[in-house]
Design a protein around this ligand. Structure first.
Ligand code: HEM
Ligand SMILES: [Ca+2]
Ligand SMILES: [Ca+2]
Length: 302
C-alpha cells in the first residue's frame, strides 16, 4: 500500500546500484539518452500514471499501443529500460517493476547531467494492459500547448506554480524536431513570433524550413547546453530564445513571468523546485500493493 523509500530493502537492496551502474556506459557513449529517458518518464506518467504502459510493444493482441500516437514522436530509448530490467532480473527475479526502473533511470538522467540527485519513493507496479494510441492522443500536451493547459496538467498532480514552472525546466536537456515547430514558425499572422529575439527567429526559420520534407530529420537544441541540466533554459527563455510556444509564453504570462525570472537568476531554487516536482510527477496515478503486475519483460504484458 503506497510507495516508500525502503520498498526494496529486503527483496532487492542493490536495485538502485544496478540501475546506476547499468546506465553509466550508456550515458558515456550516447549523451542523447539522458534527455530521452527524462521525457520518457513524463510520457509514461501522463498516460494512465507511472505504470510503464509506454514500454509495451505491439503483439499478442496489443496492436495499436501508445507508441502509435503521433504525440510520442521522438520518444526513444525505451529499450534501455528493458535492458536495465534484465540486469535487475538476473539478481532479483520478479521483484522490481519496470515502472520503478523507468523512474530510477530518469532520476539518473537528471543526476548524470549535473542536476539534483533525487531520492524517489518506490513500489510502483506495472500495468497489466496496454492503452491504445487514443489515450496519449488525448492526454499528452501538443507542441502548441500554452500556459493554462500546462498549469492544468501539473496542478492536477499536486504541483504549485513554482513546481509547475520548474518541471518544464526539463527542457534544459535535449532537442525539438522541426515538425513540432511548423505551426509556431509559419503561422499566418506571426503572433507566435512576437517577443522572440529577431536573430533567433531567423535562425529557427533557417534551420526548420517550411514544409514536411525534412521536418522529422532536422531539429533544434532546447537550450544552449542540451546535455547539461542547468538553468540555461530559463536564461535563454528570458532572452527571447524559447524554442517551444510554452517556453516563450511562460516569460510573457503574468502568472509565470516572475518564476521564470527567478529561476534564471537562481539555479539552486530551480533545482529545489524541480526536485519536489519530479517526485510529484513520479507518484502520479501509480499502481501499488496488489494492483497491476511485475512484468518479466518490460515490453510484454506477460
Ligand atoms: C506542457 C508541457 C510540455 C510540453 C508541451 C512539451 C513539449 C515537448 C516537445 C514538443 C518536445 C520536442 C520533442 C521532439 O520533437 O522530439 C519536448 C522535448 C522534451 N521534453 Fe517536453 N513538454 C512538456 C513537458 C515536459 C516535462 C514535464 C518533461 C519532463 C519532466 C519534459 C521533458 C522533455 C525532454 C527531456 C525533451 C527532449 C527530448 C529529447 O531530446 O529526446 N517535457 N517536449
Ligand atoms: Ca503510463
Ligand atoms: Ca541545459
Amino acid at each position: 500500500f503506497g510507495l516508500s523509500y525502503n520498498f526494496y530493502e529486503k527483496s532487492c537492496p542493490q536495485v538502485e546500484d544496478i540501475v546506476r551502474k547499468g546506465l553509466q556506459p550508456i550515458f558515456l557513449t550516447d549523451p542523447t539518452s539522458a534527455p530521452a529517458l527524462l521525457r520518457l518518464m513524463f510520457h509514461d506518467c501522463q498516460v494512465q500514471g507511472c505504470d510503464a504502459s509506454i514500454l509495451v510493444d505491439p503483439g499478442n493482441g496489443n496492436e495499436a499501443t501508445e507508441m502509435a500516437s503521433s504525440k510520442n514522436l521522438g520518444i526513444r530509448k525505451r529499450e534501455i529500460v528493458s535492458m536495465v530490467k534484465s540486469m535487475v532480473e538476473a539478481q532479483c527475479p520478479q521483484q522490481v517493476s519496470c515502472a520503478d526502473i523507468l523512474i530510477l533511470a530518469a532520476r539518473e538522467a537528471v543526476a548524470v547531467t549535473g542536476g539534483p540527485r533525487i531520492k524517489v519513493p518506490l513500489g510502483r507496479r506495472d500495468s497489466s494492459h496496454a492503452p491504445s494510441h487514443r489515450l496519449p492522443d488525448a492526454l499528452l500536451p501538443p507542441a502548441t500547448a500554452g500556459v493554462s493547459e500546462m498549469l492544468n496538467i501539473f496542478t492536477n498532480k499536486g504541483m504549485n506554480l513554482e513546481e509547475s514552472v520548474a518541471v518544464l525546466g526539463a527542457h534544459t536537456l535535449g532537442i525539438t524536431h522541426c515538425s513540432n515547430l511548423q505551426n509556431r514558425l509559419y503561422s499566418r499572422n506571426n503572433d507566435e513570433l512576437r517577443g522572440m529575439e529577431p536573430g533567433f527567429a531567423a535562425f529557427l526559420r533557417l534551420t526548420c524550413q517550411k514544409g514536411p520534407l525534412t521536418s522529422n530529420l532536422s531539429f533544434v537544441l532546447n537550450d544552449p547546453t542540451p546535455f547539461s541540466f542547468d538553468n540555461e533554459y530559463y536564461v535563454n527563455a528570458m532572452r527571447g530564445r524559447g524554442v517551444l510556444k510554452i517556453d516563450a509564453e511562460m516569460v510573457s504570462n503574468p502568472k509565470t513571468a516572475h518564476v521564470m525570472k527567478h529561476f534564471s537568476m537562481n539555479e539552486a531554487d530551480f533545482f529545489r523546485a524541480f526536485y519536489s516536482a519530479f517526485v510529484k510527477l513520479s507518484r502520479y496515478g501509480v499502481l501499488t500493493g496488489k494492483q497491476g503486475v511485475i512484468r518479466k519483460n518490460c515490453n510484454q504484458l506477460s
